[in-house]
Design a protein around this ligand. Structure first.
Ligand code: ZN
Length: 336
């Protein structure tokens, strides 16, 4: 093929991709063939709001109408008192917006109900990953890369210094620390997100240790949703008589989204679990484990390569850096 025809194919491709316009002034908003979508951001005139999951930073602009989310996300949001007339979908089932505009969700592997949104229009496919984890955990199946023309991918850890150890290794270290702490007569406690990380820690203890888990009220509320959707977690709420009794006695693990004084004479040792622990010291904690609900750098690269998009946009965290790394690999990419 001569250079001129390569050029014109590229030009046609750009024209095709330009069916999707990014409305930069409004958080993440796109015009797809005349229909406006906002992704985890504030609605604009007649837009459809797509909510990828129920973490609070993704729902602070949650609208009551013209919203699409998964059934699980809706159920979690209702359990914490949010109300709205939302459209809910199951993974893999398409929703027809217009004759030539269809949307569906696939798991993003991040938390219960978390979605990647896939928009198909006129032979063009746009994928928005939301918060993404491609690795399997004890409670969530890793996200499968989806083929795309335009890919909008989160890049929280899109920098090569963020490479996490294997989950098995992190799990082993957590189990060791719990045993050591219990054996020294203290209570191991975790301060983690009430949605996602808490349930992974509970399941880890259920699977490998014979120690009861006591959880804060907010963790209990969300864990109840995991049970409802088929994850039989075992724990006691701090608000139950039994939970309080076990905690007083002190032979247990405590899981909460905030650090509080526990009603026990035993000393509490606090740990945190976050991907940032690979880089930063959490000196106010006794322990920090690099357990993340996001993909690390290698995971993000793997996703992009398997999705084989013509154009990538990166958002959150190391958006500029991650785009630069993709461009170096010959992938057309820019930060949003
Ligand atoms: Zn999240």
């Amino acid at each position: 093929m001569d250079r001129e025809s390569v050029k014109s194919i590229e030009y046609l491709e750009i024209l095709r991709l330009s069916r999707v316009k990014i409305l930069r002034e409004h958080g993440l908003a796109l015009d797809v063939g005349g229909v406006k979508f906002v992704f985890d951001s504030k609605p604009i005139d007649n837009s459809i709001q797509l909510i990828s999951h129920a973490h609070l930073d993704h729902v602070d602009t949650l609208s009551q109408m013209n919203v699409i989310m998964t059934n699980e996300t809706s159920s979690i949001l209702k359990s914490i008192g949010r109300r709205g007339n939302w459209t809910t979908i199951d993974y893999g089932i398409g929703l027809i917006i217009l004759d030539d505009l269809k949307i569906f969700a696939e798991s993003s592997g991040h938390v219960l109900g978390s979605a990647q949104f896939i928009i198909d229009t006129d032979g063009l496919r746009l994928v928005y990953t939301g918060d993404l984890n491609i690795y399997d955990s004890l409670v969530h199946e890793g996200a499968k890369p989806v083929d795309s023309d335009i890919l909008i991918i989160e890049s929280t850890y899109g920098e090569p210094s963020y490479r996490f150890p294997s989950r098995e290794k992190i799990y082993a270290n957590i189990v060791k620390w719990i045993l050591k702490t219990v054996n020294s007569g203290q209570i191991p406690a975790f301060k983690v997100y009430s949605l996602g990380k808490s349930q992974e820690i509970i399941q880890l203890i259920n699977a490998y240790l014979d120690i009861p888990v006591v959880v804060s009220q907010s963790v209990a509320r969300i864990s109840e949703k995991y049970r409802e959707y088929g994850k039989p977690l075992e724990y006691l709420s701090i608000n139950s008589i039994e939970g309080l009794e076990v905690l007083r006695h002190g032979e247990c693990v405590y899981v909460s989204s905030f650090r509080d004084e526990l009603p026990s004479r035993k000393k509490t040792r606090w740990a945190v679990a976050t991907g940032w622990a690979i880089r930063y010291r959490y000196s106010s904690y006794d322990m920090a484990f690099p357990l993340s609900g996001h993909s690390d750098y290698d995971g993000l690269i793997k996703y992009v390569e398997e999705s084989s998009p013509k154009q990538v946009y990166t958002i959150h965290g190391f958006a500029k850096e991650f785009s630069r790394h993709l461009v170096r690999r010959g992938i057309r990419a820019s930060p949003l």
